[in-house]
Write a protein that binds this ligand. Structure first.
Ligand SMILES: [Zn+2]
Length: 113
C-alpha cells in the first residue's frame, strides 16, 4: 500500500505523506495516517472488560455469558468468578485460573467483579 489517498476534504490527489500525516497542498488539509493495528503492541494494549473498565493483572472478574471451551465439552458458566486474572497479549487476552482449569478468555466476555 504505497498510494497516498485523495484528500478527504477536497478530493484532490496532489496529496503527499509528511511524517505521521498526509498533507493536501490544494486546500491545506492535514490528516493523520491511519496506523495499521500493530500486533506486536498487544502487550501494551489496554484490556477492557464488557463495561469498558480497564482490567489489570490480579483483578477478579465474572463471566457475563456461558462460554464453550473449544476442543472440549467444558462450558464455563455465566456468573463464574475468577479470582485473579493475568493479562497476556493476543486475541484471547485474559488468562483465567478456574476450578475447571486454565483458560484464555476474551475480555469482552468478562466483567470486573
Ligand atoms: Zn484538500
Amino acid at each position: 500500500m504505497s498510494a497516498v489517498p485523495a484528500c478527504p476534504q477536497c478530493a484532490m490527489e496532489n496529496t503527499y505523506p509528511d511524517g505521521e500525516q498526509y498533507i493536501c497542498p490544494d486546500c491545506g488539509h492535514e490528516w493523520p495516517m491511519v496506523a495499521a493495528a500493530p500486533a506486536d503492541d498487544a502487550d501494551n494494549a489496554v484490556v477492557k472488560d464488557a463495561n469498558g473498565n480497564v482490567l489489570a493483572d490480579g483483578d477478579a472478574v465474572v463471566l457475563i455469558k456461558d462460554l464453550k471451551v473449544k476442543g472440549s465439552s467444558i462450558t464455563l458458566k455465566m456468573g463464574t468468578k475468577v479470582k485473579s486474572i493475568r493479562l497476556v497479549g493476543g486475541d484471547h487476552e485474559v488468562d483465567c485460573k478456574m476450578d475447571a482449569g486454565n483458560f484464555m478468555l476474551k475480555a469482552c466476555y468478562l466483567r470486573k467483579a
